[in-house]
Design a protein around this ligand. Sequence first.
Ligand SMILES: [Zn+2]
Length: 286
Amino acid sequence: MIQDIGDKRLANEFHAKSPSSGSIIMMFSGEEILLKNKTPLEFPLYLDLRSQFEKMGRSFPACVFLFSIGEDDYFLACQSESGRAEWERAGYLFSRMFGIRSLIPKERVFAASTAWHLYCWYRDHQFCGRCGRELEHGVKQRVLHCSICGNMVFPKIAPAVIVGVTCGDKILMTKYAGREYKKYALIAGFTEIGETAEQTVEREVYEEVGLRVKNIRYYKSQPWGFDENLLLGFFCEADGQSEIHMDQEELAVAEWVPYDQIPDDENGLSLTAEMMTCFRDSRQNG
Ligand SMILES: [Zn+2]
């Protein structure tokens, strides 16, 4: 899955430090990320970008430390960059976040997804939601605080469930209506305030396909920074009748798929794909 980065480790303890020459700089513009190279996926280094900013006659934006993966330190350039043509002339490219998920090495896809999650949080919390003043960056921990009213804003993660609903040798697979992602998915949805994850499973399955479920078992979780989520995977079984009543606003397809028709997990990235193949393998071997 996206968080499986071999023997390297994500070190996400916060440090108020500045980038050095070899630090990796994550710079975003709209839905895009600045890349040095797409295949293999490579990000610009502080050293290169600083000289590029100098050539453009601009000062380098403020940076905030994000995390380390192995030996690599990742920093976020706080100011969002545009001027696409200028960057392209300099040999860099802006690439849509949606498109990078299938690139390699996977470790850098994970880095981009995690950096994007943090970027969205910084971008959307520049001002205090309580009194409207500008927020300041904490120096001892990752927090934004308001010196006027004392409000403290911590990084925001939205928990959501992914549900493998099974019925004998079949699993319920779906395709979203009106979304860029066209492949098979599983039932999924956000946890509402006041709800347990298991209650989210029951509610989402009922809302999307009209089924009651039983025997809810937790499988695994996955950070999914592309959508600012922590995904919690569950399996469960259809309880009683298995006739599907699909929510047509949410879904384009919802059907029972026999285990031997489940497609291969092509890029080993998502919890959804792993859960599908996990079900297939358990039936094949069982
Ligand atoms: Zn405030």
